[in-house]
Design a protein around this ligand. Structure first.
Ligand code: MEV
Length: 318
């Protein structure tokens, strides 16, 4: 049996983070330059059914049977096995690697889960469809951060730009004209669980104030949908800036994010905002191709620990 590899990309939210948890629409795109991979292969040393998990990035080298079932990697493997309902399977190893920054708003947890689910199911001869990869990844996400909206597992499992609203059918965006984005990492790591639960408490204390902001953010995501498809960068830039003002009102920005956002705008970006959980992690800027270089440099000069440029490409004509 050969090595089977399950892969999944990183992601970035363009519009609507946090408000999406409260039922507003949001837009996210996959980022192929960073990815998670799970290499799965037979482990001839062990008896049937033994599962060995290695994840060098987090110094893990253990057996599934020794992991807490609530550990996200154990949950991803166990959910896959339960879905496949196999009575017997050979002993195997799962080796996990990822180039997606952790706790930085790029979906590293969801991408690792999706890669493991894909790799293990394919190794066992029953590759799961994207819809099931997404559903199982969502179950693991619940362990990561309690009340996930469902946007991360969808954009990552389908590897397509999505317009997502809780409880409604997922929409894939058919991009007509490309846009260019620069992602700057503050290097500050704040788990999404923390910002989502902190906002949850503040919302519970003052629902009217927060619901009004969430609605405004949802309105921006709704308006941005068409602008993104058509690459109307002036409108998109303005909407990114408006979304950032509202995220700041939600107390989700911080000094390092503000500094990178301002640096990108000063260097000629069309618009910029934080992306994902906030209070650190990544920001994104929309740029025209000629602004890409100066914006990348400005972000490094302003203290970014890593900068990734990505293109949202036009859909190939079928
Ligand atoms: C995290 O990538 C995005 C948040 O909106 C949380 C969620 O949607 O589950 C902050």
């Amino acid at each position: 049996m050969a090595v089977i590899t399950g892969k999944a990309p990183g992601k970035i939210i363009l519009f609507g983070e946090h408000a999406v948890v409260y039922g507003q629409p949001a837009i996210a795109i996959p980022v192929a330059k960073v990815k998670a991979a799970a290499h799965v292969f037979p482990d001839f040393e062990f008896r049937t059914g033994e599962i060995h998990i290695q994840a060098g990035d987090i110094d893990m080298d253990t057996f599934l049977s020794e992991l807490d079932p609530q550990h996200p990697l154990a949950a991803a493997v166990n959910l896959t096995l339960a879905e496949l309902q196999l009575e017997h399977f050979p002993a195997f190893q799962v080796q996990i690697s990822s180039s997606i920054p952790i706790s930085a708003g790029m979906g590293s947890g969801a991408a690792i889960s999706a890669a493991v689910i894909r790799g293990v199911s394919a190794f066992l001869g029953r590759p799961l469809p994207d819809s099931t990869v997404s559903a199982l990844t969502y179950e693991v996400e619940k362990i990561h951060h309690g009340n996930p909206s469902g946007i991360d597992n969808n954009v990552i499992a389908y590897n397509k730009p999505v317009y997502y609203r809780r409880g409604q059918a997922l929409q894939f965006l058919q991009i007509e004209k490309e846009t260019h984005w620069v992602i700057g990492d503050t290097g500050e790591k704040t788990p999404t669980l923390d910002t989502v639960s902190d906002l949850g408490k503040r919302h519970a204390d003052n629902p009217r104030y927060y619901d009004e902001i969430f609605q405004k953010i949802g309105g921006i995501a709704q308006g941005a949908r068409r602008a993104l498809i058509e690459a109307d960068i002036k409108t998109l830039g303005q909407m990114l800036n408006e979304n950032q003002v509202l995220l700041t009102k939600l107390n989700l920005s911080c000094a390092s994010l503000d500094r990178l956002i301002q640096a990108a705008l000063n260097a000629g970006a069309e618009g910029a905002k934080l992306s994902g959980g906030g209070r650190g992690g990544n920001m994104i800027a929309l740029v025209s191709p000629s602004e890409m270089d100066p914006v990348e440099k400005a972000l490094y000069n302003a203290g970014a620990v890593n900068v990734i440029s990505t293109k949202l490409a036009r859909e190939p004509q079928s």
